[in-house]
Design a protein around this ligand. Structure first.
Ligand code: MG
Ligand code: MG
Length: 627
């Protein structure tokens, strides 16, 4: 069987921010083969179409299409005649640009006639004129087109026109936002499809035009079946470019290269999902092996005291680096104060905080190959002789993710690199339940794509959590086996806990670590006995809790006495508590799951309110002190 030629990978300039020159540069640097030139980008460009052609050629970019040509077909005279003149002028531009294809989207003009035969005749005439110049015309059904809104209608018009220079253009968003059936695309002759545009989107109930203009996102970021659409389209035998056409408020504000990298990653992923390319499968996961904190000697002393109050003990020291292992149950925390390391760089930028996490996988090598193919190259930390090289990738915020596979030697990384201090302890906390991260504004979709593409994690439902100073959106990424849970939080407001975290922290990062226990009452009592403190929960919370869940007095009192929070879903109960924040950077959560699947989002509101009050109180004290 011969391998099919790979499809040209293209992105529409409208999807990227910046000047046209910046857009082209970003697309080329990241590795796209071509770009769609959006007419508006040309209008605002300070130069001629021939200049654009030269820049693109120098960058090695093909101009895959010129778009859009609007309100062309089935117009009454005199617009019909004028439209044909307009087409000739666009053909001039295309020839100067060096592209042979123009996208005509179905007319939305109120004067458009409901007459497919006329539409076909007009497009045939346009194609005749284009063909005379060696150019081609592609016709696309806009979901909100006046009389043509579905790909079958557009295909019917293309067939009626019967001109070799006229073909069909399909766009996943226009098809999927109408819930239109895409299976039939597989039966079309592939050479009659001139161009394929791809976009995803969240499932929203709003008019397709606003939905499309503001909420489109990259394949793999939304909830539409873009892979199914692409599979059907490719089954037709289509050989042309695959092009991303995204309109999105976040993309307009994000750096072009960031969007371009996410874009190419999404295209590689959706091609693989549609069976057009191969990727190694994502690894199988088995929980978190360790979390690594960047510290210096001073922060380490305080962090050790904080961890000791939670029941952690010093369990080992690195043989060649200034790195300590703290341990409890299956939870390993690494405190890295080694100068001149990735951790020290992280500490300089962000203060004492999580700089890396390590995930247990079945095959680290295959996982790295997949990550690399999806534009996340391996990261290598300097190691001493005889130490294990642990493969790692970097999350878009710079946090490292180590991948720990079984070693052929049968030895653990701890045995390899650490002098371990034996202990037998009765550990109350057993494993890491979840690791919550705060993301910069506009980056939720990028992180969702990263975890989905590289690791095959699945996004859970979106929660909107009211903070006293704004709204926080939260969405957890879950490993398929359920052992790794990473809630991602984002906020538009700089005043919410998430917003403040991101600005104070110069970027994203881990903002709380939830530790699982089999008996939270015992775990908390032991912690309090060691001098630890929990975030105090207001009395009103417990009054409300009693009313909502009908808890008996003894249960309620046990919760109230320990500042425990409670939630319940159809799977079971959840009891949890929060520590005070460490350096205003992160805090720990202690959780007992009794089958419950969520993250206690209803209680996060209470936590956010208490944390905000305490921040305000501390500010007040600081003001008094400075008076
Ligand atoms: Mg389109
Ligand atoms: Mg939590």
């Amino acid at each position: 069987m011969s391998t099919p030629t790979p499809h040209l990978r293209s992105i529409a300039t409208v999807s990227l921010s910046g000047s046209l020159a910046e857009k082209l540069e970003a697309a080329a640097v990241i590795g796209f083969d071509g770009v769609e030139i959006f007419e508006n980008d040309l209008l605002t460009f300070d130069g001629s179409p021939a200049d654009v052609r030269r820049i693109a050629e120098d960058l090695g970019l093909a101009i895959t299409i010129f778009q859009p040509f609007r309100d062309f077909e089935a117009m009454p005279e005199p617009q019909r005649r004028r439209n044909l003149d307009r087409a000739e002028r666009k053909f001039d531009v295309m020839q100067a640009l060096g592209t042979d294809l123009v996208l005509v989207c179905s007319s939305i003009h109120p004067a458009t006639l409901d007459d497919p035969a006329r539409a076909a005749a007009d497009l045939a005439e346009m194609a005749e004129r284009a063909g005379a110049r060696g150019l081609r015309v592609g016709y696309e059904a806009l979901a909100w087109g006046r009389h043509t809104s579905r790909w079958r209608q557009a295909w019917d018009i293309v067939q009626r026109a019967g001109h070799p220079a006229l073909g069909l253009i399909v766009d996943s968003f226009h098809t999927l936002c109408l819930d239109d059936d895409f299976a039939g695309l597989a039966d079309l002759p592939g050479e009659r499809i001139f161009f394929v545009q791809l976009a995803d989107g969240p499932r929203l109930s709003m008019d397709p035009l606003s939905w499309s203009r503001h909420f489109r996102n990259l394949p793999g970021q939304g909830q539409l079946d873009v892979a199914g659409f692409l599979r059907a389209t490719l089954a037709s035998g289509y050989q042309g470019p695959l092009s991303l056409e995204i309109f999105n408020d976040d993309f307009r504000a994000a750096p072009a290269r960031l969007t371009a990298r996410d874009g190419l990653r999404s295209l590689i992923l959706v091609e693989a999902e549609a069976g057009a390319a191969t990727l190694p499968p994502p690894p199988r996961f088995d929980g978190v092996e360790f979390l690594e904190f960047a510290v210096d000697a001073e922060a380490r002393a305080r962090l050790c005291a904080f961890l000791a109050s939670l029941g952690f003990r010093h369990a080992g020291s690195h043989r060649s680096k200034d790195v300590e292992l703290w341990r409890q149950g299956r939870i390993n925390l690494v405190l890295n104060a080694e100068p001149d390391s990735a951790a020290s760089e992280h500490f300089q930028l962000h203060g004492a905080s999580v700089c890396a996490m390590a995930l247990r996988v079945d095959d680290a090598g295959a996982a790295l190959t997949r990550a690399n193919a999806l534009l996340s190259p391996p990261w290598q930390e300097r190691i001493g002789s005889g130490e294990r090289q642990i493969p790692a990738v970097r999350v878009p915020d710079g946090t490292l993710i180590y991948l720990i596979g079984p070693d052929p030697s049968g030895r653990t990384i701890w045995e390899d690199d650490f002098d371990l201090i034996p202990a037998d302890a009765d550990d109350a906390l057993t494993s890491i339940d979840h690791i919550a991260q705060s993301l910069p504004t506009g980056r939720m979709d990028g992180f969702v794509l990263f975890y989905r593409a590289i690791f095959g994690f699945e996004p859970a439902q979106v929660w909107e959590i009211p903070d006293p100073y704004g709204l926080i959106r939260s969405r957890a990424m879950l490993s398929p086996d359920g052992t790794i849970r990473l809630p991602l939080n984002i906020s538009e407001s700089r005043e919410t806990a998430t917003g403040r975290f991101v600005s104070a922290y110069s970027g994203a990062g881990v903002h709380h670590i939830a530790l699982a226990t089999g008996d939270i009452h015992c775990a908390v009592d032991a912690m309090l006995a060691r001098g630890g403190t929990l975030l105090p929960i207001p009395e009103n919370y417990y009054d409300d809790l009693a009313a909502r869940h009908g808890l008996d007095d003894a249960t309620l009192e046990a919760l109230r006495a320990r500042n425990l929070l409670y939630d319940r879903d159809e799977h079971g109960e959840f009891i949890h508590a929060y520590t005070e924040a460490f350096d205003d950077r992160f805090f720990c959560e202690i959780v007992e799951r009794r089958g419950y699947q969520g993250f206690g989002a209803v209680n996060a509101t209470v936590r956010l309110a208490v944390q905000a009050q305490r921040r305000e109180a501390r500010r007040g004290v600081a003001r008094m002190a400075s008076m």
